[in-house]
Write a protein that binds this ligand. Structure first.
Ligand code: NAP
Length: 283
């Protein structure tokens, strides 16, 4: 495994397992399978409705002696409807069955996100989160958050893949020391991305799949990456990327795809809807 070091010196495995749109049953299995296969990072969120299941997968691996809790990097995200709830972080930890998380995000730039950020800053000070993250923040909202932050965000999660590397936002965040963790690293499974001519060519050269070439590209770009999967073969293949290196010319060829496509864009009105989209467990 390779690692990224955050501005507060916390080390993050460069690759983890994502759990978006994965049912609780599949999440528990995926997390367990991933840990057994050498993964040391799990990404979940309040809104994925699978934090308990992710926690169960981790607890099983700990119980069986496959990993120690402290060797696994767990990240989760507070949903906007919970930004002003006093116990949102404690409830999140309860669902996960953990005393602390390694990275705590506010999930969306919606509602009272500065209050949400203060909530996670408090968790950081209390030792309930080892690092802090923002997600999907941009433009004026990003500036508002940075102006109000006492602890600058260590990580930002943004849609990131060879078609979209968010150079502008990352340029803005360079002086803050904020590192990029990319979501949709495989284009949410888009075969069009994985079968781009360049990836087919490199897959042949390195005896890897298109997905493995794309994931290797993420890590060589310095991005933390969290491919989602409930398929044990994919989970195994996605971590099997550390035995080859793309050369500079190949990285430059892949860079030509940058800026050509984004799978998800939310306008302000869509973003603000998240502030009223209550999660089932809120009652
Ligand atoms: N902060 C945010 O707002 C946000 C938004 C979206 C996602 N995320 C996080 O980012 C993670 C990654 O995003 P994602 O899971 O939506 O998309 P993704 O990782 O780009 O793609 C997942 C899809 O790719 C398929 N896949 C995985 N490995 C493969 C392989 N080796 N070959 C072919 N297909 C493969 C999976 O199917 P199988 O199950 O069949 O393998 C699944 O359909 C999420 O799980 C979540 O943790 C965060």
């Amino acid at each position: 495994m390779e690692y990224v070091t955050l501005s507060n010196n916390v080390k993050v495995p460069v690759l983890g397992i994502g759990t978006f749109m994965i049912s609780p049953e599949d999440t528990e299995e995926s997390v367990y399978t991933a840990l057994k296969g050498g993964y040391r990072m799990i990404d979940t969120a309040n809104a994925y409705m699978n934090e308990e299941a992710a926690g169960r997968g981790l607890a099983r691996a700990v119980k069986e002696g496959i990993v120690k809790r402290e060797d696994v990097f767990v990240s989760t995200k507070i949903w906007p409807t919970l930004y002003e709830k006093e116990n949102a972080v404690e409830d999140t930890l309860k669902r996960l069955g953990l005393d602390f998380v390694d990275l705590l995000f506010i999930h969306q730039p919606a509602g009272n996100f500065t209050a949400g950020y203060q909530l996670i800053e408090r968790a950081y000070r209390e030792g309930k989160a080892r690092s802090l993250g923002i997600s999907n923040m941009h433009d004026e909202k990003l500036e508002k958050l940075l102006a109000a932050a006492e602890v600058l965000p260590h990580v930002i999660q943004l849609e990131t893949h060879p078609y979209c590397t968010e150079k502008e936002i990352m340029g803005r965040l360079a002086s803050c020391g904020t590192k990029l963790m990319g979501w949709y690293p495989l284009g949410h499974g888009d075969p069009g991305l994985l079968k781009e001519e360049i990836f087919t060519k490199l897959a042949d050269k390195y005896h890897k799949s298109g997905a493995q070439i794309v994931l290797r590209w993420h890590t060589q770009m310095g991005f933390m990456t969290i491919p989602g999967s409930k398929n044990p073969d994919h989970i195994r293949d996605n971590i099997n990327i550390f035995d080859f290196l793309l050369i500079d010319e190949e990285m430059a060829e892949i860079a030509k795809l940058d800026g050509t496509r984004k799978y998800y864009t939310a306008d302000n009105a869509t973003e603000e809807k998240y502030a009223t989209m209550h999660l089932p467990f809120e009652g």
